[in-house]
Structures are given as structure tokens and as C-alpha cells.
Design a protein around this ligand. Sequence first.
Ligand code: 0RQ
Length: 503
Amino acid sequence: MNERIAHAGLASRLVSAEQAAALIQPGMAVGMSGFTGAGYPKAVPKALASRIEAARERGEQFAIRILTGASTAPELDGVLARAGGIEFRLPYQSDPELRGRINGGQIEYMDIHLGHVAQHALFGFLGRIDLAIVEVTAILPDGRLVPSTSVGNNKTWLDLADKVIIEVNHRQPRAMEGMHDVYYGTAKPPHRKPIPLAHPGDRIGEPYLKVDLDKVVAVVESDAPDRIGRFAPIDEVSRSIAGHLVEFFRHEIRAGRLGEQLLPLQSGVGNIANAVLAGLHEGGFRGLTAFTEVIQDGMLDLIGNGTIDMASATSFSLSPEGVEEFARNIDLYREKIVLRPQEISNHAELVRRLGVIGMNGMVEADLYGNVNSTHVCGTSIINGIGGSGDFARNGFMSCFLSPSTAKNGAISAFVPMVSHVDHTEHDVAVLVSEQGLADLRGLSPKQRARAIINNCAHPDYRPMLQDYYDRALRDSKGRHTPHLLAEALSWHQRFLETGTMKA
Ligand code: 0RQ
């Protein structure tokens, strides 16, 4: 027994990662911890990948179903995908090995709103869950678990799985204890009650995860950091996007639709989201709140400098420098950050009650405001919808952000028709590129098209979009949402054939 594994019964189940991996059988559905590269199990998946590779060398098939919180890291998605060990995966992912095999057709991938995963599992929509593998920071003397750097779907996997493997990671700061808030009040309809949360900082649950001790078949120790890359330095394009958004918030305050403290912010992952957070500080905002999924480096900075007073999320996604900063000032961050299960951080009821302002990246938007967050040319997935839909549909206002072009100008992010729809025109309030901002609220489709062409599209593509729109308006059978159906996806087809959308 050691300080991190203080329950005698569970300490007696301590085994090596290889022994734990030997408990996993082909075809099992395994619910794993992990959300945006944080809090995923680091030892057992690697040992399992070796086991799967050995089985494959003997000519045996060995693949499992993997359910997580969101993306994990090379030590989980990467190694298992490379070993050919994943037959089915949900929800969000961002690992290059896994993405390659999903787009190559070898792995079945179900992209699902992050706020839906726990309830779909509870409803039985996702089938039986054989095993949970969950990283924790420590096990208390009474068997309760101190969560790690993400909470994700851990409560659900621990509750629903037949068996449980716990990974205790000695590298995660022990002083995180007290930072989490695990709500145990969710139920199946018709027995649901209102969730009693009215402010991003409200604590409505308990700081620990619970597990039926009889289900725990193994405890494994690990000592490894979460593996998350560094952010790119903020470039001109991201800075412009952030600038337009901050100016828009100021405009909304002057118009009386937002107060000086705005409303709770949700900010997606990636470099642009990081730049927007920095822009809020430079724009002079103070005392803001966040009701979001992920705390990335920019959010720590904002907490440190007083721009953000309280942040609710389900996970961290910190660069190595961010991890150091977090550990250095953990007492401050424990006061200012609450980590919750993703069924709460992304809950429609709460996002709507709090009036969250959603700010997410996108792949492309079309003339009428439909947004594609996931697919290149309609068929190859990048990451997944993540939580963007939870916030876009239910929030106070949903903003989607993107550079106006991708791949050195060969792709326009504003196209006649999106090649895949994640967020319909009904869920998109504001589009922002480095060129400017289109406020789509209260506009009809044709009014939206004019705003998007004039404010967001890159000058190289603006005449092409205007030309398409003018001809659609003239020749389309219906004039409510004018389109030339034979031409609507021709920009994507041209890119596939010639390497550029330019005519
Ligand atoms: O690829 O690096 O190979 O060139 O997509 O694009 O511009 O760096 O922007 O990091 O903000 O990511 C939509 C992917 C944007 C992200 C997406 C290519 C581009 C580059 C990344 P390269 P950028 P970002 C909270 C909310 C869905 C989930 C979500 C995302 C790469 O924001 O996954 O919002 N969103 N979750 O070149 C072809 C286009 C492209 C394109 C960009 N039109 N065509 N490629 N790219 N636009 C978090 C969670 O839910 C967990």
C-alpha cells in the first residue's frame, strides 16, 4: 500500500500493466478515460497493443471497441490503431494513426455530440460495456477515487462497465484533490430532475468518483505525463479573428445585449481559440466566467491575470509549459476551476440556462451559414464534432471561427454549399474570419449570403462566390435558398481534381 493507493483491498489488486492487459478479450467494449489528451490510461493500452501485435503475428484476430471521453494520445489511440486493435471507436479523436485508419475504412468511427455519450450509454444505445479502464490521481482509504486531469465519461464507464481496471498515475498532481465536482443526480427519463446548477462555479456533486469495489479486477500504477503538443505562437490571422470577435462583443455591450462581464464563454480547442482568449485580455475584459469543455493554456493565463474569475470544464489540454504553470499555482487554480463530467459540462439544459457564448473552429461554412466542423471534401474526417454542437445549438449565441482560406489559399473556407453539415444554418449566429465578421442573427438566407460574401470570404474567392450567388438567384427553381445543384459542390470536386478550388 502507498499514499496514492490507500485502500487495502484495492492495493491487494495491484498488478503489472501486462497482467491487467491479459484480462482484456477480443471483441470487448472498453470504456476508457481521457479527454483532449488528458487523463487517459497510459500503461494498460500500451501493454494491450503489444498483446494484440503478438496475437496478430500468430495469425489471430484481436480488436476491441473503444469508448472514451474525447481524444486521447499516441499511447492509447495511436498504439492501438497501429496494432490493428480497434474495431470501433467513439466519440471525438485527433490521433493521426487513428484518423488515417478511420479514413482508410479499417476502423468504424461514430462521431457523436460529447454531451450525448453518457446518456446514450445509460439508455443502452451503445450496447454492453464490458470493461472500464480509468486513470485516477489517487485512491482514498474508503475506496473513493480522486479524478485525474479529465473527468470526461469516467463516472459513466465506472457505473456501467461489468469490470474495472484503475490506473493510478503518480505524475498527476496530488493537490488536484477537491477540484472536481462529480454529479450523481442524472437518471433515465421519465425520472429526471432539474440539474441544480445556476452559475459556472456552482458545486452540485462531490469531488470524487465512486466505484463498486467488487468490480475492480486490477489496479495498475503509472508515472507519465499527459502528452499534449505546444501551441503555435499567435499569428496575424488568429490575431485578426480574435480582434473582430472582441470588437463584436464590445458592440453587443453598447447595444445592451451583453453586460460588461459578457456571459459564460465556451472556447474550442486549437490555436485560434487560444488566440481569442488572449484577445479578451488585451481587449480589457475582466471578471469573466467560462462554462466550457477544455481548459487550455490561454485559459490559465486569463485566470492568472484576472480576466476570468471562474471556469467550469471537464478537462485540461495544456502544453508542457502549461502543465508546469498549473502545478506551480495549483492552489489558485483549485479555487478558480471546477472539472465536471462531460454530461454536465456539455449539458443542453445548463448551456441554455447559463446562456453560454460558444466559440469554435470550423472547416468551412456555406453561403447560407451551414457549418462543416469535421470533414475535408465531405468524406475524410479530421477530428469530430466534439462539443461544438452541444454549445452551438443550446447556447446564447454561437460563433464559428476560421481563416478564410486553408492550404496556402488552395481552399476557401466559404463555399457555395458545405460538403458535410455539422451545424445547420439554424444553429449558427456569427461567422468570423481574418477578413471580418458576419452577424447572421435575424437574417434570412439571402441576407446571410450577402453578409458572408462581403465580410468573411477571402478577396481571391469573393468574386467567385458572388458570381455563384448571382446566377443561383437568377436560375434556381426556388428563390428562398438559391442553389445551382449541379454546381454547388464543384469547388470541392475541382480541389480533388486539380489541387485548388480556384477556377
Ligand atoms: O490542417 O495543419 O494539416 O494544414 O484543418 O485547421 O486552421 O489550424 O484550425 O486548429 O482551429 O482546427 C475545425 C479542425 C479547426 C477544429 C478544426 C485543416 C487545416 C489544418 C486545422 P494542417 P486550423 P484549428 C471543443 C469544440 C471540431 C470540434 C470542436 C475542430 C487543420 O476546430 O476539430 O469544435 N473542430 N470542438 O489546413 C481542408 C478546409 C480546412 C482544412 C482547415 N476547409 N479544408 N482542410 N483545414 N480548414 C473541443 C472538443 O470538443 C473536444
